[in-house]
Design a protein around this ligand. Structure first.
Ligand SMILES: Cc1cc2nc3c(=O)[nH]c(=O)nc-3n(C[C@H](O)[C@H](O)[C@H](O)COP(=O)(O)OP(=O)(O)OC[C@H]3O[C@@H](n4cnc5c(N)ncnc54)[C@H](O)[C@@H]3O)c2cc1C
Ligand code: FES
Ligand code: FES
Length: 494
């Protein structure tokens, strides 16, 4: 029998907080600013883009305390059970002096109006704890999710390079309280399910993955929330009623990622940041793609499971996963089924997911040394932007040089992430030559009828999809010729 608790418990700046009244859609930012008057944390966009609301959330991963920067504006209060929330107010030293990160920003003129500054401080703080002497590239990556409209980034980066000269990580307040916080978070683990609220206005935090399966059977209408980087915006931007809510982000068993017999299994709770090291090692092109999803805060919260489950045609991970031949395990009660990922996407906003069923894991066959794999994302900005079109390609050649297998999957080209069946057919069995590829390029017109929207016109999308396939050819064939040679489709098709 699962024990049930009717309160959430977490640490806020080292002090224990217990709450019995937690509306399911209450954000951490509103709680901090409105209820606790911790107004150092700012609200800029309320959609995870600007980073003004960045705070650190510490959680136990096994027995290790891990701190990550998150966007408080789209993080739900209810998801913080068992965590340590650290806001900019906690950085002050006992004598009232500024923290090294703050002092460096002052001295290097890294702040003007100051609105964005607490968010930059928290992002740089998270980086400094991990990498005390970061490279400029690491700093830029850590700041992908922080926008400043007045200072300019050069002084901020200069400040970031100098932080360690102001004091070592060993003098840091979080380092000093680390053992005590770890012990307190361990003491908060009681293995209970959390249930708060009445009727529809309820939130549930299951005690385990088995318990999640039971909870969903009893709550078929509930909104499953993993990292809330999509669902958070449903609340802050679209004022949607998401109750009742089931928070799954804290379920450690869903955070596992493992490699066995050439397959990577990624639990539905694995965040982009957690997945990055293994993905980047085994499939470097996939690692580079992850680097372009949101900023660090979004990558720390957002999950690959959520990216799949939301079924968006412009989610970045489904096309490369489909190209690699990934399968998806869905679970309903005690029953599991595993399907090819591409079959999960039925139509716009429609997935092969039954009521009460949830995504448990995705399994990714690692490409063997004979497989050429690439994925490229096209968006208006390099960082922090949503895809206009994305192409993912996995291709194997036979010993005679012909194409033995080809899986081409695109995002942004159809109502779902989708394979290019006609283009694949034009490739398989034929020599991997410019002429073959140009036939496949023409076949893409049979595969896709993209739409025009604010991100790109239909014509642009089609041209980008074609050129990505050509790029794949050029990068895998060693053919150095100019792209223009292959422009005249009619001539080649004749
Ligand atoms: C600033 C910003 C930038 C972003 N940039 C990108 C980007 O570059 N590329 C991109 O692809 N996306 C981007 N996103 C979207 C988002 O980060 C991803 O879609 C993310 O992977 C969603 O995961 P999540 O865990 O946050 O999902 P949630 O928001 O928690 O959930 C998303 C959906 O999936 C469902 N769900 C989640 N987990 C499960 C499960 N285990 N079983 C069943 N249903 C489940 C939820 O009910 C919901 O319908 C961005 C978002 C923000 C805020
Ligand atoms: S307020 Fe802009 S990211 Fe949260
Ligand atoms: S200092 Fe003004 S927005 Fe950054």
């Amino acid at each position: 029998m699962t024990a049930i608790r009717h309160e959430i418990r977490f640490l806020l700046n080292g002090r224990k907080v217990t709450l019995t009244d937690v509306p399911p859609e209450r954000t951490l930012l509103d709680f901090l600013r409105i209820e606790r008057r911790l107004i150092g944390t700012k609200e800029g966009c309320a959609e995870g883009d600007c980073g003004a609301c960045t705070v650190l959330v510490g959680r136990l991963s096994g027995d290790t305390l891990v701190y990550e920067g998150v966007n408080a504006c789209i993080r739900f209060l209810g998801s913080l059970d068992g965590c340590h929330v650290v806001t900019v107010e906690h950085l002050k030293r006992p004598d009232g002096s500024l923290h090294p990160v703050q002092q460096a920003l002052v001295d290097f003129h890294g702040s003007q109006c100051g609105f964005c500054t607490p968010g930059f401080v928290m992002s740089l703080y998270a980086l400094w704890m991990r990498v005390p002497n970061p490279s400029e590239a690491a700093i830029e990556k850590a700041l992908q999710g922080n926008l400043c409209r007045c200072t300019g980034y050069a002084p901020i980066v200069r400040a970031a390079c100098a932080i360690s000269s102001y004091g070592g990580v060993d003098t840091d307040p979080l380092a000093a309280e680390r053992e005590a916080v770890t012990a307190e978070l361990k003491a908060l683990r009681d293995g209970a399910r959390v249930e708060i609220g009445q009727g529809r206005e309820r939130l549930v935090i299951p005690a385990s993955v088995d318990d999640l399966a039971h909870v969903l059977e009893a709550e078929p209408e509930a909104t499953v929330v993993a990292g809330s980087t999509d669902v958070g915006l449903w609340v802050t931007k679209f004022m949607r009623d998401i109750a009742p809510v089931v928070f799954i982000g804290g379920l450690e068993a869903l955070h596992t990622i493992s490699e066995k017999d050439g397959t990577l299994s990624i639990g539905a709770g694995v965040s982009y940041s957690e997945a990055f090291p293994l993905l980047a090692t085994h499939i470097p092109a996939f690692g580079r793609l992850i680097d372009r999803i949101g900023g660090d805060q979004v990558r720390n919260m957002g999950t690959i499971g959520g990216n799949i489950a939301n079924g968006s045609p412009i989610g970045d991970t489904p096309p490369p996963l489909i190209a690699l031949g990934a399968t998806l395990t869905l679970r309903k009660g005690d029953r599991r089924r595993t399907i090819p990922l591409e079959d999960f996407f039925i139509g716009y906003g429609q997935q092969d997911r039954q009521p009460c069923e949830f995504v448990e894991a995705v399994h990714v066959p690692l490409p063997d040394p004979n497989t050429h794999f690439a994925v490229w994302k096209i968006s208006k900005r390099r960082d922090e932007d949503i895809t206009a079109a994305l192409g993912a390609f996995a291709m194997k050649r036979a010993s005679d040089g012909t194409v033995a297998s080809a899986r081409l999957a695109y995002g942004g080209m159809a109502p779902t992430p989708k394979r290019a069946a006609a283009a694949e057919a034009a490739l398989v069995g034929n020599e991997w030559t410019r002429e073959t590829v140009e036939r496949a390029v023409i076949a893409l017109e049979q595969d896709f009828t993209p739409i025009s929207d604010m991100r790109a016109s239909a014509e642009y999308r089609m041209m980008a999809a074609k050129n990505l396939l050509r790029r794949f050819f050029l990068e895998t064939s060693g053919d150095p010729g100019p792209l223009e040679v292959a422009r005249d489709h009619k001539e080649i098709a004749a």
